[in-house]
Design a protein around this ligand. Structure first.
Ligand code: PBG
Length: 329
């Protein structure tokens, strides 16, 4: 007897075992989606970062061992963040464009050993300034155009060292056009620009600022005069449109998990390669909860899958290495 009480559509049919679930899944995380940020320091060996469990700063003497592990796991890209000695930081961040600085040395070393690994390098002055801001201060205000002049020099040093992708994370106006122009003129036509286009002034960057030792320099000062207000989403589309027009190849939304709506809107609107950054605070929150037995470690993969579902083509995550070990392929 046909029981007419039940609908013919039973969505649970396609959830009944893992094989059928795998076959019908709309989104999947593969190793191609993962980018590993990595902190490099200018002394030998490694040290731990208090607020970021499991994440280390690597000296150049141990960097290649770590990179080789990442490479063997099948991850195709790393984002390098230098942590330089305070003696090399000044008001103008001039170490940023020293062609032999820590970032450039790390890039050259990695390229020599792993020529096909894609290296992303941030363009911003905060690791190099003694006040912790991403740009140069004039009357206590980050001066846009002055900063862009230095960013150009920084980007050229990074490109010359072999960075495949330069990633301006500074949020100055007009910097994408200026950087693109400088790269073209100096024969770095294939150097890719990944613009941190929709970068919010966020408290989720806290552990990163500890990691690069810029938080005490920054003190109570905020980056809200250049990074975006968390209240805005139309403005994110404006930022992205502007950066695409100025020559960005890839755009990024940052932070990630509290800003999934922005990732979705950007991807839906522009249909261009869109990355997302699961930033230090997001990583640390989840990691601390896992380490304290509050959450299962599968939350990490779940959170990354949600980025993908929202529209991210790739995700920068401190858990890239760990997640890639869990993936089937
Ligand atoms: C520097 C920069 C920051 C991050 C990436 N590049 C910090 C900031 O803007 O203060 C944050 C990354 C993270 O929190 O993981 N311009």
């Amino acid at each position: 007897m046909l029981n007419r009480k039940f609908p013919f559509t039973r969505l649970r049919r396609l959830r009944s075992n893992s094989f059928i679930r795998d076959i019908v899944d709309e989104n999947k995380i593969t190793k191609d989606d993962l980018i590993q940020p990595i902190f490099v320091k200018d002394s030998d060996g490694f040290d731990e970062i208090n607020n970021m469990p499991g994440i280390l700063r690597y000296g150049l003497d141990v960097l290649i061992d770590e990179i080789s592990e990442i490479y063997e796991l099948g991850i195709k890209s790393v984002a390098i963040f230098p942590v330089i000695d305070s003696s090399k930081r000044n008001a103008e961040g001039s170490e940023a464009f020293n062609e032999d600085n820590l970032a450039c040395s790390a890039i050259k070393l990695i390229k020599k050993n792993f020529p096909d690994l894609i290296i992303i390098s941030d363009v911003a002055l905060d690791p190099y300034t003694n006040h912790g801001h991403d740009g140069i201060l004039l009357n206590n205000y980050v001066d846009n155009d002055l900063t862009v002049e230095t960013l150009i020099k920084q980007a050229l040093s990074l490109a010359k060292a072999g960075a495949d992708i330069i990633a301006p994370s500074d949020m100055m106006d007009g910097r994408i056009k200026s950087l693109r122009e400088a790269l073209e003129v100096n024969d770095f036509k294939n150097t890719i620009i990944l613009s941190y286009a929709a970068k919010y002034s966020s408290n989720f960057y806290g552990p990163f600022r500890e990691a690069v030792k810029s938080s005490s320099n920054l003190g109570k000062s905020s980056k809200s005069s250049y990074q975006m207000s968390s209240a805005n989403s139309d403005e994110a589309l404006h930022e992205v449109a502007m950066d695409i027009n100025e020559g960005a190849d890839i755009v990024m939304v940052k932070p990630g998990m509290p800003y999934l709506d922005i990732i979705y809107k950007v991807k839906e609107t522009f249909k261009i390669p869109t990355f997302a950054y699961q930033v230090s605070g997001e990583y640390s929150m989840l990691k601390h909860a896992i380490d304290n037995g509050l959450l299962d470690n599968r939350v990490m993969l779940e959170s990354i899958l949600c980025f993908k579902r929202a529209g991210a083509d790739a995700i920068l995550t401190y858990a890239a290495k760990e997640i890639s070990k869990e993936l089937k392929q």
